[in-house]
Design a protein around this ligand. Structure first.
Ligand SMILES: Cc1cc2nc3c(=O)[nH]c(=O)nc-3n(C[C@H](O)[C@H](O)[C@H](O)COP(=O)(O)OP(=O)(O)OC[C@H]3O[C@@H](n4cnc5c(N)ncnc54)[C@H](O)[C@@H]3O)c2cc1C
Length: 348
């Protein structure tokens, strides 16, 4: 396997920020994954697994270890006993291209997740979600290389521990597994999900939208928010949402509503009983950071308050400084701590 040295990482990330990887290898097969990770282990070198780089903030000094770029390809489809389609998808496949294939095949379940950048292998890590769907609802199994056991393992959906932007892959066991394949169960001929108001508005002229229509409408809505990677659109030089939507108690919600104004609210999900989810974008705007706000080379997207952007030649330090200013302002005004969504690489 080809091992590069001092490979600049900025070009592999949607933020276009980050110094070099001390070592860099590309995995095209499961054997490559086993071989590269053994190489790192024998030398006591830390490992970072890179997918599409769309949820990363890489340090200006880069990563003093081995970056393994997961590029495994291939999609197999089979029917299960109930007539559903099981898509077995290699981790390096492009996510949006895969979603497009499923809607073209007439299979429901992922149509609202169109336009999200990155790889298939990245989707179970933070349980990717948008416009009323998340991958946890479709995933049946995740295959991965376990760096501790030095063996391939398979997890059922239940074993993945999915919750809002969480899974076993980004919590206690972060960094332990290299995902090599994800299996999704989709419904042939199933009805599309059109739950979100933005999506309903975009489809107002389409009374009976197909899955293809819904995926196209999702991309259109995302484009208007700078949440679709579009060549030449400076607002999408981002990592998508920079903060998770905070989950707060009903008490805290009532206090904010009484002392300021009532924030919009959404159900927080069964794993957060008695709590509500509030939009981080609303809190950030109320705390004084509007769309298009600039801080040197870093800034906030002119289309979406939740996306911190590289305005050109921004450093990771500038991005973090802005993120810290934003979260300190939200904390001071509402007593809510925002949690960063992108993964920080090379900061330890
Ligand atoms: C414009 C834009 C819009 C976005 N919109 C959304 C959205 O609507 N919803 C949403 O949930 N996210 C969104 N994101 C975030 C991002 O696209 C997703 O989190 C995506 O799934 C990340 O995948 P990736 O392959 O790019 O992972 P990377 O950014 O390369 O890595 C992210 C994390 O996943 C790990 N990882 C990646 N691949 C593997 C693997 N094969 N095995 C083990 N670990 C792995 C990495 O080590 C790292 O910890 C958006 C990002 C951008 C730039």
């Amino acid at each position: 396997m080809l091992m590069k040295e001092n490979e600049p990482l900025a070009r592999y990330t949607t933020l276009e920020i980050g110094g070099p990887a001390r070592w860099f290898a590309q995995a095209d097969t499961e054997d490559d994954v086993a071989e590269a990770t053994a190489w790192a282990r024998e030398r006591g070198v830390p490992l970072f697994v890179l997918g599409g780089g769309s949820n990363l903030l890489v340090a200006d000094a880069g990563f003093e270890g081995l970056t393994l770029h997961v590029q495994l390809r291939g999609i197999d489809v089979e029917a299960d006993d109930a007539g559903n389609c099981i898509y077995r998808v290699a981790a390096g496949e492009d996510w949006d291209a895969f979603v497009e294939r499923t809607v073209t095949d007439g299979c429901a379940g992922l149509e609202c997740l169109a336009g999200i950048p990155g790889t298939v292998g990245g989707t179970p890590v933070q349980n990717v979600g948008a416009y009323g769907q998340e991958v946890a609802s479709s995933i049946v199994q995740v295959r991965a290389f376990d760096l501790e056991q030095r063996a391939f393992v398979e997890f059922t959906k239940e074993e993945c521990g999915f919750a809002y932007r969480r899974s076993r892959f980004n919590t206690e066991e972060r960094g332990r597994y290299v995902v090599t394949r994800v299996d999704y169960r989709l419904t042939p001929g199933g009805a599309p999900t059109v739950r979100y108001a933005d999506l309903q508005r975009a489809l107002a002229e389409t009374p009976e939208p197909t899955l293809i229509d819904v995926a196209a409408a999702v991309r259109q809505v995302r484009r208007a928010k700078g949440m679709l990677l579009v060549e030449g659109d400076a607002d999408c030089r981002s990592a998508g949402s920079f903060f998770k939507n905070p989950v707060i108690s009903e008490d805290q919600y009532e206090k904010i509503a009484a002392s300021h104004a009532a924030p919009p609210r959404f159900p927080a999900g069964p794993e957060h009983g008695g709590c509500v989810k509030v939009p981080a974008a609303w809190l950030i705007e109320q705390a004084g950071f509007g769309k298009g706000c600039a801080a040197g080379h870093a800034g906030i997207s002119s289309k979406h308050t939740l996306a911190l952007i590289n305005r050109g030649n921004a450093t990771a330090a500038e991005m973090l400084a802005l993120a810290e200013r934003v979260s300190a302002a939200v904390d001071a005004r509402f007593g809510v701590r925002l949690e960063m969504e992108p993964v920080r690489v090379g900061f330890e």
